[in-house]
Ligand binder design. Structure first.
Ligand SMILES: NC(=O)c1ccc[n+]([C@@H]2O[C@H](COP(=O)([O-])OP(=O)(O)OC[C@H]3O[C@@H](n4cnc5c(N)ncnc54)[C@H](OP(=O)(O)O)[C@@H]3O)[C@@H](O)[C@H]2O)c1
Length: 324
């Protein structure tokens, strides 16, 4: 038996309960991990509230963690007992221990703590997918990043700056604006007060952006189309403010034949090779000094409800980690 935050129905943060759960021995291709740190992600909110259905109840949400391999099943060659590992994978991380497909695990390099690994691995691999493969950010690009002081936002701002882009970020408060600037944003727009489309036009002298990264969704998606230059790209990869409306395909046409995608890290980290390459790119940019992990909040796993409430109330910045 191990302790876990269990969800038995969809609902608000109050649906979490701290319970004992059974864990089987690892089967073929599986590893048993003892978590030392668990990353909080906005998708955990969707799994809790039912916006993204979970396969069955009772359920343990959470898609990111770090810890030590305690046992492996037959046929596991990628990791061994005692390895310090991190992962992003299907739900099940809000627990002291979990079983996981071993091919999702990556070793944590020396010099990176378990807490930092849990705060970066999922969001970092998402950032890698979005800024190196979905659209390849290059030196001289102008990039707009919404919610630039959030978990994804601080990582993407730093990484895009490291690649030589001019980075414009949007945030809701002055305090977040400061953090976004520290993360490399050349300009920050308070989209809670200012019309961000007008400001982007002004800041770029009407040139607009090569790429817009939109994790906010409902309130930012359609106006973001007007921030993209001819044949540029709009990447929607999140819906923190709600689902995006249906897209009238005349809009990307009228905006200058722009490319619009709704992207998921899942589709960029399908094979073992993709998982390892994406994670290695994250470790490499940290080692190169291009990315600092900002775990700005930690909560006990037992307080996951409070962590969710704070994330949904826009009170968190950077990454949040739950400690089992
Ligand atoms: N597609 C993928 O593969 C993938 C992978 C990872 C994450 N994501 C998505 O990326 C998004 C960001 O994830 P995250 O974990 O890094 O969260 P986060 O950005 O740290 O938190 C959400 C932020 O969105 C902004 N926001 C704007 N309107 C909001 C509203 N109505 N309610 C709540 N927040 C609002 C807030 O920043 P301001 O106060 O500055 O507005 C808030 O801090 C999520 O939608 C997540 O699902 C997608």
């Amino acid at each position: 038996m191990v302790k876990a935050m269990v969800v038995r129905e969809t609902g608000g943060p109050e649906v979490f309960s701290w319970e004992d759960i059974e864990i089987a021995d690892p089967g073929a291709g599986e590893a048993l991990i003892k978590h030392s740190a668990i990353g909080l992600n906005y998708i955990d909110v969707y799994h809790r509230n039912g916006e993204f259905p979970v396969p069955s109840y009772p359920a343990v949400v959470g898609i990111e963690g770090a810890g030590v391999v305690e046992a492996v099943g037959p046929g596991v060659n990628d990791v061994a007992v005692g390895d310090r590992v991190a992962y992003t994978a299907g739900i099940g991380s809000y627990a002291e221990k979990r079983l996981i497909a071993a091919d999702r695990l990556v070793k944590i390099p020396e010099g990176i703590s378990d807490v930092d690994a849990a705060g970066i691995i999922s969001k970092g691999m998402t950032a890698e997918s979005m800024i190196r493969r979905c659209y390849r950010v290059k030196e001289g690009d102008t990039v707009l990043i919404h919610a630039a002081a959030g978990g994804m936002g601080l990582i993407m701002s730093q990484w895009c700056k490291h690649l030589g882009a001019r980075v414009i970020g949007t945030v809701s408060t002055e305090k977040k604006a400061e953090m976004a600037r520290e993360a490399g944003c050349d300009d920050v727009i308070l989209y809670s007060k200012e019309d961000f489309v007008a400001r982007v036009k002004e800041l770029t002298n009407g040139e607009l952006c090569d790429v817009v990264y939109d994790s906010v969704g409902a309130t930012t998606f359609l106006p973001s189309i007007q921030c993209v230059k001819r044949r540029g790209t709009l990447v929607n990869f999140g819906t923190s403010s709600g689902l995006v409306p249906d897209l009238d395909m005349s809009l990307p046409y009228r905006a200058g034949s722009i490319y619009v995608t709704r992207a998921s890290v899942i589709d960029y980290t399908v094979t073992r090779e993709e998982v390892v390459e994406s994670a290695n790119a994250v470790w490499d940019v940290i080692k190169a000094g291009g990315l600092t992990v900002n775990v700005n909040q930690t909560y006990s796993l037992k307080d996951a409800a409070k962590a969710h409430a704070d994330l949904e109330a826009r009170k968190t910045t950077g990454s949040t980690v739950l400690i089992p």
